[in-house]
Ligand binder design. Structure first.
Ligand SMILES: *[C@@H]1O[C@H](CO)[C@@H](O)[C@H](O)[C@H]1NC(C)=O
Ligand SMILES: *[C@@H]1O[C@H](CO)[C@@H](O)[C@H](O)[C@H]1NC(C)=O
Ligand SMILES: *[C@@H]1O[C@H](CO)[C@@H](O)[C@H](O)[C@H]1NC(C)=O
Ligand SMILES: *[C@@H]1O[C@H](CO)[C@@H](O)[C@H](O)[C@H]1NC(C)=O
Ligand SMILES: *[C@@H]1O[C@H](CO)[C@@H](O)[C@H](O)[C@H]1NC(C)=O
Ligand SMILES: *[C@@H]1O[C@H](CO)[C@@H](O)[C@H](O)[C@H]1NC(C)=O
Ligand SMILES: *[C@@H]1O[C@H](CO)[C@@H](O)[C@H](O)[C@H]1NC(C)=O
Length: 340
């Protein structure tokens, strides 16, 4: 009896030491930069007149819905991992407005980073800065590129004459270097998703709400976007490895194969989609019957019960259920348990 009590006391003490180690290394905060694939409602807030959104607090449904028709994946990541989420992503954003200008929306390399600095870095002059977050306690996730390579940019050959994919990749890597200089030490770069699977970049030449006119050649877009996504992903992945080596333990950057994970969902839909109709990875829930009139969008949508059956919410954006799946996999990634 005494013996067994002593043993459990020892066990508790031992477990206590192990738990302490885990606690000191625990990730408590996630910082995100990106576009509408990640934004909860900053873009809406800006459109609503609260630009530049410094004191903006995330608005969640039913007050507002993200580009996935509901809660965006960082919300679920926060839920699954008990993380505090700092989501600086804005719908429509690119890595750099100087490289691939589409709008004045705060970009990942400057405007979004400026928000991060406002929230987390104390500066009292040019040379002194202090990061308020513990570098061991947070991870930065960058997930951008869809707009950089998309319509009115590379896929339609509208990029600047002196702008190439390596410039776009370097923009992401330089953003990591800047955040590293501010004191951040742990990063994940998400690859671009298989955009050729979306309605917008399918091989159909039919107009869509995101490109109602002029007429385009769907076959050409479909093939071009495939090449762009693969090329940018390859350059980024190699760059991430180089940067990880460059920091030599004074920082770590991991690659998340979002492309591979989306392919997995596409190829095994029944494992991932659970609405009231059979899983659907080719169509989308949200309908825009007249591509020239966005006010008609919503007519013919799937029902709320059916939503989670769809991989795509609309002609470009993943669904909320795809976001839950991504969040769950990203949580595994952060815990070192993901193969992506
Ligand atoms: C838009 O502005 C209104 C009025 O200020 C506010 O109630 C609402 O929450 C804002 N919506 C968003 C998405 O910021
Ligand atoms: C969630 O995180 C907070 C803050 O880091 C912590 O106080 C709380 O104990 C955590 N809850 C669980 C269930 O782990
Ligand atoms: C700024 O911070 C540095 C480092 O903490 C300190 O040495 C310096 O005196 C500060 N300068 C001002 C103007 O507060
Ligand atoms: C492209 O040219 C413009 C105008 O000359 C210049 O401002 C910009 O820096 C150049 N971009 C690159 C990536 O070289
Ligand atoms: C689209 O482009 C492909 C490849 O260049 C060509 O074979 C096809 O005829 C074009 N389709 C139309 C409708 O112009
Ligand atoms: C589908 O699964 C997710 C978890 O991935 C769950 O949160 C959601 O409520 C489920 N949807 C339905 C319609 O059961
Ligand atoms: C998938 O959804 C679309 C609606 O976007 C529908 O037209 C199509 O028939 C569905 N496919 C299957 C296999 O259910």
């Amino acid at each position: 009896m005494t013996m067994s009590l002593g043993r459990s006391a020892w066990l508790i003490a031992f477990v206590g030491v192990v738990a302490l180690k885990v606690v000191t290394a625990r990730i408590t905060d996630i910082v995100l930069f990106g576009d509408s694939y990640t934004d909860q409602s900053r873009a809406h807030s800006i459109a609503n007149g609260t630009y530049p959104g410094k004191d903006y607090k995330e608005v969640y449904p039913p007050a507002d819905t993200a580009a996935d028709g509901g809660f965006q994946w960082p919300f679920y990541l926060g839920l699954y991992g008990n993380y505090t989420i700092w989501n600086y992503a804005v719908g429509g954003a690119v890595c750099s407005n100087k490289l691939t200008p589409l709008s004045d929306i705060p970009d990942v390399s400057s405007g979004q980073q400026a928000w991060f600095v406002q929230d987390h870095v104390v500066r009292n002059g040019t040379s002194h800065q202090k990061l308020l977050l513990d570098p061991a306690s947070f991870i930065v996730i960058i997930f951008v590129g869809t707009n950089d390579v998309g319509v009115n940019s590379f896929v339609t050959n509208d990029q600047g004459t002196n702008v190439s994919l390596p410039n776009v990749a370097d923009c992401q890597l330089d953003t990591l270097r800047q955040l590293h200089a501010l004191g951040a030490r742990q990063f994940i770069v998400n690859s671009l998703v298989p955009l050729q699977l979306t309605r917008l970049y399918s091989d159909s030449s039919d107009p869509t709400i995101y490109y109602p006119s002029p007429p385009h050649n769907g076959t050409v877009w479909h093939r071009t976007i495939f090449n762009l996504v693969h090329s940018l992903n390859r350059i980024l992945r190699d760059g991430v490895r180089t940067l990880d080596t460059e920091w030599g333990g004074g920082g770590s950057v991991q690659w998340f194969d979002t492309y591979g994970f989306f392919e997995e969902m596409y190829n095994h839909p029944a494992r991932y989609f659970n609405g009231s109709v059979p899983a659907n990875v080719t169509g989308q829930c949200h309908q825009c019957p007249d591509p020239d009139d966005w006010r008609q969008c919503g007519i013919g949508d799937c029902t709320p019960d059916e939503r989670d059956s769809y991989m795509w919410w609309d002609e470009l954006h993943p669904s909320e259920q795809t976001g839950r799946n991504l969040a769950a996999e990203m949580h595994r990634k952060i815990e070192g348990k993901s193969k992506y």
